[in-house]
Design a protein around this ligand. Structure first.
Ligand code: SF4
Length: 272
């Protein structure tokens, strides 16, 4: 396929996502993104509801995350862009090694760590790898991943500009939901990834990721679209792309959530 065929295919996918999400007109082109802008100033001061009796945000890696051997402490300053911090993602992956810490290990073909920019201002967290992801060792590469790519493009990012990972790094059998002991075993590594990247905004894709990151059992239908915080980082819960494949009528709701994320990042939507 010629390079321009790839570009046209991406553009078609972008337009299909916008049309499905109910976008009737294309907004003006954005100014150049300001990576150095202070996140607090760029954000629309999202409320930070805290469930009565809910546990405090989990500690960041380097603050006692079980299972992580760390020779390079992760800085909690933002943005995380020094070579040392970029190296830290590699260190976290090295710490995982051929992980056998939970019962998902025997069934996996590949451990799916995460992919993208180690200094991303935007991180997407899903629940766990599916069959395609398990085969390729990369998150969100099946049909749901292709839809996520279109969502990311519609926000004005490429897949390589953001970071994508999951709560658990190994495929649950028959694509069942990850179980609490499996998520607990893998949690120190997700915490460490987020602490290493220290993005401006997190997007939790679906019930499992949102409930796990927020330690909150509220249904995703009530959580989505409302700003929360994870370890001090603004977090937007929204529906999982796999859910949208089954329920395309809800694409418009997700697009509203993603537009709020774009605004929170101090950006405007790109011209198609
Ligand atoms: S899911 Fe996480 S904790 Fe469990 S085996 Fe895989 S990498 Fe290890």
């Amino acid at each position: 396929m010629a390079p321009w065929d790839d570009i046209l295919a991406d553009l078609r996918g972008h337009l299909v996502w916008l049309a499905d999400a109910g976008v009737g007109e294309i907004p003006a082109p954005p100014p150049a993104p300001k990576r150095a802008a202070a996140p607090a100033a760029a954000l629309p001061a999202p409320p930070v509801p805290h469930r009565a009796g809910a546990p405090p945000p989990p500690p960041l890696a380097g603050e006692g995350g079980a299972g992580i051997r760390r020779s390079h402490p992760v800085s909690n300053t933002h943005p995380a862009s020094s070579p040392e911090e970029k190296l830290t993602l590699l260190q976290i992956r090295a710490d995982l090694g051929d992980c056998r810490r939970c019962k998902l290990a025997p069934g996996r073909k590949n451990l799916v760590f995460g992919v993208g920019n180690p200094s991303a201002e935007l991180v997407f967290v899903g629940e766990g790898p599916g069959s395609e992801e398990d085969l390729r060792g990369e998150p969100f590469v099946g049909p749901a991943g292709q839809l996520l790519d279109r969502m990311i493009a519609a926000m004005g990012f490429s897949r390589g500009q953001v970071y994508i990972c999951n709560v658990v790094k190994c495929r649950p059998p028959k694509n069942r939901n990850p179980e609490p002991d499996e998520m607990d075993a893998c949690a120190p590594f997700l915490r460490a990834q987020i602490a290493s990247i220290r993005p401006k905004v997190l997007v939790a894709l679906g019930k499992i990721a949102a409930q796990h990151l927020l330690s909150d059992s509220t249904p995703i239908t009530r959580m989505r679209g409302r700003w929360r915080k994870y370890a001090g980082i603004p977090l937007m819960p929204t529906f999982h792309p796999a859910y949208l494949l089954r329920n395309p009528a809800d694409k418009g709701k997700v697009w509203e959530d993603l537009k709020a994320v774009v605004t929170a990042l101090g950006r405007t939507l790109p011209k198609a």
